[in-house]
Design a protein around this ligand. Structure first.
Ligand code: MN
Length: 263
């Protein structure tokens, strides 16, 4: 079966459609948290995790049932004025007519399912995607910096939730909840034909994990071209993660300066 591609789109809304505000904003977030979220956007663009698409969010510091994320725009251009507050239902409270990300339910449903998660990053970074396509080969840690990935990252198959007639996007609370369930207690979930989503207990940890998820995927692909791969054992993933986990600030400080063009 072969069908031609489709170059038309008669849907005037599409991914940039504004969502009405649902509820009122709560207490203002710490300005430092908003500043760090802006920096995270810039870092993830500069390090090749996000391009014109993808998004990073952080749980609100005053209300665990809210989170902060940019309006619908390219992450590399985000400023503090672009940060919007969302409820745990994934709907904005102060977008004021500005378009928001269609896939915001990735964030809302993971925050709902995982109280330990303080930051969520959804990426289409290229090196990870093949491992969501080849389901017979597990995506796993092969470098110490990628040890947090563990020995088998879950792969989300959207067809299992809504069948073949889907656009691959996590555009509803139902799909977000299914993705969160697939993520389980893991640090990263692959999304077949789409990308991946990484989580952390802080913005800095999530950024660290998103960058090294992409790097681990590049290394693994290169190794597979050479020969059989010796991956980290389960014990090595646990021990290396424990050792390296405290290092995310060192990476953040460097990546921030690079994103700002200072190094
Ligand atoms: Mn996406």
């Amino acid at each position: 079966m072969c069908t031609p591609g489709h170059g038309f789109n008669d849907d005037p809304g599409g991914v940039a459609a504004p969502a009405p505000d649902a509820g009122a904003p709560g207490p203002a977030a710490d300005p430092k948290l908003i500043e760090d979220l802006v920096i995270a956007n810039r870092i993830l663009f500069r390090e090749g995790v996000l391009d014109a698409f993808g998004h990073v969010s952080v749980r609100h510091d005053k209300d665990p049932n809210r989170f902060l994320c940019a309006r619908n725009m390219a992450p590399g251009l985000v400023t503090a004025d672009d940060i919007v507050e969302f409820g745990i239902d994934g709907e904005p409270v102060n977008a004021r007519g500005r378009a928001v990300y269609l896939e915001r339910f990735i964030h809302s449903e993971i925050y709902r399912a995982r109280p330990d998660v303080m930051s969520v990053i959804h990426s289409h970074s290229m090196a990870v995607i093949p491992f969501g396509l080849v389901k017979s080969y597990p995506f796993r840690a092969v470098t110490h910096m990628g040890s947090f990935i563990g020995t088998c990252a879950p792969v989300f198959e959207i067809r299992d939730v809504v069948g073949e007639d889907n656009d691959l996007l996590i555009s509803s609370p139902k799909l977000g909840a299914a993705l969160a369930q697939c993520l389980g207690e893991s640090t990263v979930v692959l999304m077949r034909g789409h990308g991946s989503t990484a989580v952390g207990n802080s913005l800095k940890q999530a950024v660290f994990r998103a960058v090294y998820t992409e790097q681990n995927a590049r290394v693994l692909s290169e190794a597979l071209r050479i020969g059989p791969v010796t991956a980290l054992s389960e014990g090595e993933t646990v021990t290396a993660t424990r050792t390296i986990d405290g290092q995310s600030t060192r990476a953040w400080d460097l990546w921030r300066l690079r994103a700002e063009g200072k190094v």
